[in-house]
Design a protein around this ligand. Structure first.
Ligand code: CA
Length: 235
């Protein structure tokens, strides 16, 4: 098996050095860029980057802007943001701009490795266009179409949908969703998830009052399901 390629965009030489050693020892092919511009060139010019570790505080363009540009340029690999600031606002900003996860500095390298593995396990699902009913979710192009027409989803609706699709058949609790999609560390009691699910259903379900695809699992949360024919389409 070839090594997974990881690009670290980080201006702190000490961290580049220690993470480089650590990731190489764990079997990754490691590359680093010390500012956003160099990172963009490296990530987009190199189609085989499997994962990007992206610092928020960078000289020149910051990590949020790098993240936005990476997604706009079509990078599909998971992006894990490294933030020195633990503010909810920052984490939400990163996730909205297309990051997949974040870690607050200073972090334990073992936790970083565990998060990276989780992201890489999920990554293959993002290669596809996922179809259900008359809906197509183009995870590569970040577009949703219904009966061929574009569906306008808010950033959080899209993130929520992707999160459920990536875990097809698994229940996601409201707390999981508030952490992963909204970036809360300690999720408050709120109807936010339910409200967004209602909006998604009204945009994507054949009958939003009897959901086929975005199901409620009572007392547990939500899950995305398709029929067997939809999961393995006949060619
Ligand atoms: Ca930095």
């Amino acid at each position: 098996m070839t090594s997974r390629r990881v690009l670290l965009i980080e201006d702190e030489p000490g961290l580049v050095l220690t993470l480089g050693d650590r990731l190489r020892a764990a079997g990754y092919a490691f590359e680093a860029a010390t500012d956003g511009e160099a990172g963009l060139v490296r990530a987009v010019g190199e189609p085989n980057v499997d994962l990007v570790l992206l610092d928020v505080m960078l000289p020149g363009i910051d990590g949020f802007e790098v993240c936005r540009r990476l997604r706009r340029r079509g990078l599909r690999a998971p992006i894990l943001m490294l933030t020195a600031r633990g503010e909810v606002r920052d984490r939400v900003a990163g996730l909205r701009l297309g990051a997949d996860d974040y870690l607050v500095k200073p972090f334990d390298p073992d936790e970083l490795l565990a998060r990276m593995e989780a992201l890489l396990r999920r990554a293959p699902a993002t290669n596809d266009v996922v179809r259900f009913g008359d809906v197509e979710v183009d995870l590569r192009g970040m577009e949703v179409r219904r009966a061929g027409e574009p569906v306008e989803l808010a950033a959080l609706e899209y993130q929520l949908l992707c999160y459920l699709i990536e875990r097809e058949g698994e229940v996601a609790s409201r707390e999981d969703l508030l952490r992963a999609v909204w970036g809360f560390q300690r999720p408050p009691r709120t109807r936010t998830v339910d409200v967004h699910v209602t909006w998604l259903r009204s945009k994507l379900e054949p009958d939003r009052t009897k959901p086929t695809y975005i199901r409620t699992v009572r007392g547990a949360g939500y899950k995305f399901v398709r029929t067997r024919d939809e999961v393995t389409p006949r060619r």
